[in-house]
Write a new protein. Sequence first.
Length: 196
Amino acid sequence: MMFSNVDLDRIVAGEVDVVFRTWKRPMHRAGGRQRTSRGVIAFTSVEPVELEDITDEDARRARSDRATLVGFLTRKEGTAYRVGVRPAGPDERVTLREQADLSAEQLAALAATLAGIDSRSQKGPWTRRYLELIEARPAELAETIGASIGVERRPFKANVRRLKELGLTESLPTGYRLSPRGQTVLRHLRAGDAAG
């Protein structure tokens, strides 16, 4: 779900606890979560709603007025949904990527995770190569880095997201860079080469 920065700030501040969207099918479910630039947003409820059942109180909770809200919901075809929202804390990947003081066991586990990803890849090992590319080319367009190794933008970005889930990379306004955690893991992988 797309949120404006203003809406995100209001949700995090507790000023907004319900939003409305028009969807052809539900895009979220109660109990789901979404990472955003302001942290994680939890969906406490997702219910279809008839426009005539939207109240002034609903609009107030969404920091709008009823006429504006109904106008917004009728701009697209589909069913209107009332979605309960609440802040659910910081994006855990942000915390994870700063955790660079890793034990030998943690480093071995991360190396094993990367090896597992590589072993399941139909195109061969790629995780370390991507870490090294991002280290060498921070803040460079994903499309440019991907093209340099013969990978299109979309699959390149999808692979980088897998590394981001492990806290190893972070997105910049353009491109990526290794997180402190990613730098530690890459040093560990290189040390393994030297030891071998």
